[in-house]
Design a protein around this ligand. Structure first.
Ligand SMILES: [Zn+2]
Length: 185
């Protein structure tokens, strides 16, 4: 099994799977042999993780999962697609939430999928076009509900789930997989 050893001023060792590379983070005094031993000991866990990543890539090969960075042209295309695909959905859910959103725009933030200003202007990440449709809906509903409540309180989520009952499932998908898409920026 291939792995990379990274030594740093840390107290304990840990194994991390990043993308599909195995990284062994160890304290300075840790020898290569000790790292090897650690990998051997946790081989089952590592293999399971790598398999999961493989499967995820396979079922996500559906759309935008790849190790390649998105080109500017691809990003432009995603934004154009989003401008066409979003309005109808936004309108549908805005009615259900009972709000009127302000300006809608599309960006490529590296850390967020949507944001809502105090004035009700909403910005969506264009990379949502690479996610399954219910994920797009979950983010739209989340941001629309912020027009009513600018927080992440229990009441806020009650409203989100009322409008979009599958919210937790698809938000979970995004938490799990979204980072791999954002890495393409
Ligand atoms: Zn929020």
């Amino acid at each position: 099994m291939e792995y990379e050893i990274r030594r740093s001023a840390r107290r304990s060792a840990a194994i991390e799977i990043k993308n599909d590379a195995v990284i062994v983070r160890v304290p300075m005094h840790y020898s290569d042999a000790m790292a090897k031993e650690l990998v051997k000991k946790h081989r089952g866990w590592i293999e399971k993780k790598l398999r999961q990543i493989d499967e995820r890539k396979k079922d996500a090969a559906l759309k935008g999962f790849s190790d390649e960075k998105l080109t500017e042209a691809e990003i432009r295309r995603l934004k154009n697609e989003a401008r066409k695909a979003f309005p109808e959905r936004i309108e549908k859910y805005a009615q259900l939430v009972g709000v009127t959103p302000g300006k809608i725009s599309f960006g490529t933030a590296k850390t967020r999928w949507g944001s809502c200003s105090a004035g009700g202007n909403i910005r969506f990440n264009a990379l949502l076009m690479l996610t399954p449709d219910p994920v797009i809906d979950s983010v739209i509903v989340h941001e629309l509900c912020h027009i009513k409540q600018m927080n992440h309180s229990k009441r806020f989520y009650e409203e989100v789930v009322r409008v979009f009952p599958e919210y937790r499932k698809w938000n979970g998908w995004l938490k799990e997989n979204g980072k791999y898409l954002l890495q393409r920026l």
